[in-house]
Design a protein around this ligand. Structure first.
Ligand code: C2E
Ligand code: CA
Ligand code: CA
Length: 703
C-alpha cells in the first residue's frame, strides 16, 4: 500500500517522534514531514501535496487555527487533525466547527491511528460523492443538449396526460410556444381531434405491453404535420410518466407521395402513365374479360408539339384537358384510361365482338378530331388509333401494349387513321428492329458499308468531271442494299451522323488511294442529309477527314438537298460559308423538287445546281418537264451557277439538255454507280460521246 504523505506542524522534535511512533504502531504506512513556521507550511502544502495534515494547536511563531484556515482556503480536501496538549472543551468544539476532522490530545495519542484512518475514509467517501455528482451533472447537461438539438420531439406526460416536459423541437414542430404547452393536456393541445381516440388507445396498448413500445405510429398534430411517435413509460418514485418520442415525417411523406405520383402518373393530365397503365392492364387481364374482348386502344395525337411551339405550354395543356374530357366520355366502355407518352393516350376497353370494336374506335377518333375552340383559337387535331386484343394478339400485357403501339404506328400511315394489330405488322416491325440492330453493328465494324461512284461527264469531250459517292450496305443476309432500304432507319434511329462521317472518311480515303495509284481523280461529291447538315459537328467532321487523308477541300464536293437548305436559310448560309472557306464545292441536289426561295438562292454561296431526275425522266415525251428543265437551266446560268442534269439515260435526253445549255450530265447512259475498282477505266479514258448535232461549245479550252 502507498504510504501516506503526512505534513506535521510541530515545534517539538520529541513530540514529532511520538507521533511517528504512534502512527507506526497503528500499522499505517506514513512518511512524516515536519514544519514549524508558516512559510514552510505554505511551501510544503504545494510541494509535498500531503494526504493528511497533523497540527499542534500552539506554536511559537505560528498558530494551529491559522494553519486550519489556510488549509480551508487552499486545500480543502486534505483532512486536518489537531494533535495538541490540553485544549479545553470550548476550543475543541471550535476546531471542529472550523473544519478540522478531529482532535487528539497528546496524552491520549493512542487514538491517533484510528482518527487518521477515519479521516482518510471520510475523504475517500467525499471524493467519490463529488465524482458521482459531477458525472450526473455532466450526463444531465448532455441529455439536455441532446434534447435541445435532436431533430426528435420529446414530450413527457403525467398520468393525467398533462405535458410536464417538452424539448424545443417539439414546440417548434407543434408550432406553439413552449410555455403555453407546458401543463396543457397533450391530447387536446397537440393532436388532431380525429386522431386522439386512436392515439390514446395506442399509448395505452404500448404502455401495457412494453414490447409494443418501440412500434412507431403516425399521428397528425393540430397544424397538420405528420409525426411518427413511439412511447415508453417512466416510473419515478410514486409518480409515473409517459415519454413520447416523435419524428416529423411530413416532408419525407410529401416527397414519397410526389415520387409515387411522378413514377405512376402523367404530370400534365394526371392520368396513369405507361408504367401504371401497364400494371393496370396486367391486373385487368388476369381477371379475364367479362365480355368477349379486352382491347387496348392507343390514340396518337401528333400535333401537341406544334401547339406548344406556337402557342405555349398553357394553351397546349388546355387543349389536352379538353381531349381528356372527351376520352373520359367514352368511359362507359372503358375501364382504364392512361396517358402513356407525350402524344399517346391509352384505353383498355371491354367489347362484345370485333364489330363493336370497329364501330367504337372510329367514333372515338371522330369525336377527338372535332375542333377544340379555345380563346378565339380553333384547333383541329389529327388523331390516330391502334388496337390490339388480349390473348388474340398477345399473351402477356407488355406484348399487348407493344402490339397496340405497332398498330398505332401503321395507323399513322394509313388512310383512315386507324389500324388493328396484325402479326404481319409485327413481322415488318421485327424486320425493322433487326435492321436497326444490324446497322448499328455495321457502323461499328465499318466493313459492310461501302461506296459506289457514279461519274459526272462533260458531254463536249466525254471527260469525267466529278464522281458522286453513293452509299451501299453489303448486308450479310440480304445482300447489297440500296440507300432506300436503310437510310430512313439511320435517320429515325439517330445514326445519320455516324453514317455520314463514315461516308466522308471512306470517300477521302478512296481519293487518296486513287492518287497513290497515279490517277488524277476529279472532285468526289458526298451527299449530306438535312439532319447531318444542321448538326454542329459537320464542319469539324469535314476538316478532320480532309486532314486525316492529306487532302485539300477543293477535292471534295458536298451535295445538300434543296429542302434541307431552305429549312433554316440564315444559319445554313453561315455553315455554307465556312465550308467554302475550306475550298469545298457546294451543290444543291434534287433541284426543282423543293420550293426554293430565289432571293435566298442568290445569296447561298453554292457552286452548282443538280437538276432533279424527275424533270429528265420523261424527256422528251413530257413537254412540261422539258419546259421546266429549260427554265431551271436558264436560271442557273443567270445566277452564274453551274448546272448538271441527273438521271440521263438516253441520247435524246442528252441532246435536248445540251441544246438548253446544260453540258454536264450524270446518269445510266454513261454509267450506273460502280465500285471504286471499276472507276479506273473511265478515270484514265474519257467516255465516247455520241454526235448530238450541236454547235461547238461556246466555252474555250475544249479540245
Ligand atoms: P441522289 O443523291 O439523288 O442520288 C442519285 C440517285 O439516282 C442514286 O440512287 C443513283 O443510283 C440514281 N441514279 C443515277 N443515275 C440514274 C439514272 O440514269 N436513272 C435512274 N433511274 N436513277 C439513277 P441511290 O444510289 O439509290 O441513292 C438514292 C439516294 O440516297 C440518293 O439520291 C441520296 O439522296 C441518298 N444517298 C445515297 N448515298 C448517300 C449518302 O452517303 N449520304 C446521304 N445523306 N444520302 C445518300
Ligand atoms: Ca446526290
Ligand atoms: Ca439527286
Amino acid at each position: 500500500m502507498k504510504s501516506l504523505r503526512v505534513l506535521l506542524l510541530e515545534d517539538s522534535p520529541t513530540d514529532a517522534e511520538l507521533v511517528q511512533a504512534c502512527l507506526d504502531s497503528g500499522e499505517l504506512a506514513c512518511s512524516l514531514h515536519r514544519v514549524e513556521t508558516e512559510e514552510d507550511y505554505l511551501t510544503s502544502l504545494v510541494s509535498l501535496r500531503p494526504d493528511l495534515i497533523l497540527a499542534d494547536y500552539t506554536l511559537p511563531g505560528f498558530d494551529g487555527m491559522k494553519a486550519l484556515d489556510i488549509r480551508n482556503k487552499r486545500a480543502s480536501g486534505i483532512p486536518f487533525i489537531f494533535v495538541s496538549g490540553s485544549l479545553g472543551e470550548e476550543r475543541a468544539v471550535a476546531t471542529l466547527v472550523a473544519g478540522a476532522s478531529d482532535y487528539i490530545l497528546k496524552d491520549r495519542m493512542q487514538r491517533l491511528p484510528a482518527a487518521v484512518a477515519r479521516a482518510m475514509q471520510d475523504r475517500r467517501e467525499r471524493e467519490e460523492k463529488a465524482r458521482i455528482a459531477g458525472e450526473l451533472d455532466a450526463e444531465r447537461k448532455l441529455m439536455r443538449a441532446l434534447q435541445d438539438t435532436a431533430r426528435a420531439l420529446i414530450i413527457m406526460l403525467d398520468a393525467q396526460g398533462h405535458i410536464v416536459h417538452l424539448n424545443p423541437e417539439a414546440a417548434h414542430v407543434l408550432d406553439q410556444p413552449r410555455l403555453g404547452l407546458l401543463g396543457s393536456v397533450f391530447w387536446t393541445s397537440c393532436i388532431a381531434s380525429d386522431h386522439v381516440k386512436n392515439m390514446r388507445h395506442q399509448v395505452q396498448m404500448a404502455l401495457k405491453n412494453p414490447r409494443l413500445a418501440n412500434q412507431p405510429w403516425r399521428a397528425r398534430t393540430r397544424n397538420s404535420r405528420t409525426v411518427m411517435w413511439s412511447v415508453s413509460s417512466l416510473e419515478s418514485g410514486s409518480s409515473s410518466r409517459v415519454v413520447l418520442c416523435g419524428i416529423d415525417i411530413t416532408d419525407q411523406q410529401a416527397a414519397e407521395e410526389k415520387a409515387y405520383f411522378l413514377d405512376n402518373f402523367d404530370s400534365i393530365t394526371g392520368l396513369p402513365n405507361r408504367h401504371l397503365f401497364l400494371h393496370q392492364i396486367t391486373q385487368r387481364s388476369a381477371q379475364g374479360a367479362t365480355k368477349n374482348l379486352l382491347a387496348v386502344i392507343l390514340i396518337g395525337i401528333p400535333r401537341f408539339h406544334d401547339i406548344r411551339d406556337s402557342y405555349g405550354e398553357d394553351v397546349m395543356n388546355q387543349v389536352m384537358t379538353v381531349l381528356v374530357q372527351r376520352l373520359r366520355q367514352s368511359q362507359e366502355h372503358s375501364h382504364l384510361l392512361g396517358h402513356i407518352a407525350e402524344n399517346t393516350f391509352a384505353l383498355a376497353v371491354e367489347l362484345a365482338d370485333d364489330k363493336e370494336l370497329t364501330e367504337f374506335v372510329p367514333a372515338l377518333l371522330e369525336m377527338l378530331r372535332k375542333p377544340v375552340e379555345f380563346e378565339s383559337n380553333h384547333f383541329v387535331l389529327k388523331a390516330y388509333g391502334g388496337t390490339a386484343i388480349w390473348l388474340r394478339d398477345a399473351s402477356d400485357p407488355l406484348q399487348l401494349l407493344q402490339a397496340a403501339e405497332s398498330a398505332l404506328h401503321s395507323a399513322e400511315n394509313s388512310q383512315q387513321g386507324y389500324a388493328v394489330y396484325r402479326s404481319l405488322i409485327s413481322h415488318e416491325a421485327r424486320q425493322r428492329l433487326q435492321l436497326e440492330g444490324d446497322l448499328r453493328r455495321a457502323l461499328q465494324t465499318g466493313n459492310e458499308l461501302l461506296l459506289h461512284y457514279q461519274p459526272q461527264v462533260d458531254i463536249d469531250n466525254g471527260e469525267v468531271i466529278g464522281l458522286e459517292a453513293l452509299v451501299r450496305w453489303q448486308h450479310p443476309q440480304w445482300g447489297l442494299l440500296l440507300p432506300d432500304k436503310f437510310m430512313h432507319i439511320a435517320e429515325v434511329c439517330g445514326l445519320m451522323r455516324e453514317l455520314g462521317q463514315h461516308v466522308l472518311r471512306q470517300a477521302c480515303q478512296q481519293l487518296l488511294e486513287w492518287k497513290e495509284q497515279g490517277l488524277t481523280p476529279p472532285t468526289v461529291a458526298v451527299n449530306v442529309s438535312a439532319s447531318q447538315f444542321s448538326s454542329p459537328d459537320l464542319l469539324s467532321q469535314v476538316q478532320t477527314a480532309l486532314q486525316e487523308f492529306g487532302l485539300d477541300g477543293s477535292q471534295l464536293e458536298i451535295e445538300l438537298t434543296e429542302s434541307a437548305t431552305m429549312k433554316d436559310p440564315h444559319s445554313n448560309i453561315a455553315i455554307m460559308t465556312r465550308l467554302r472557306q475550306l475550298h469545298v464545292t457546294l451543290s444543291i441536289d434534287d433541284f426543282g423538287t423543293g420550293y426554293s426561295n430565289l432571293s435566298y438562292l442568290k445569296r447561298f454561296p453554292v457552286d452548282r445546281l443538280k437538276l432533279d431526275q424527275a424533270f429528265v425522266r420523261e424527256i422528251p415525251e413530257d413537254a412540261d418537264d422539258l419546259a421546266i428543265a429549260r427554265s431551271i437551266i436558264a436560271m442557273a446560268r443567270q445566277l452564274q451557277l453551274e448546272i448538271i442534269a441527273e438521271g440521263v439515260e438516253n441520247v435524246e435526253q442528252m441532246r435536248l439538255l445540251a441544246a438548253a445549255g446544260c453540258r454536264h450530265v450524270q446518269g445510266y447512259y454513261f454509267s450506273p454507280p460502280v465500285p471504286a475498282s471499276a472507276c479506273r477505266h473511265f478515270l484514265e479514258h474519257p467516255f465516247p460521246v455520241p454526235d448530238l448535232g450541236l454547235a461547238p461549245p461556246v466555252r474555250s479550252a475544249m479540245s
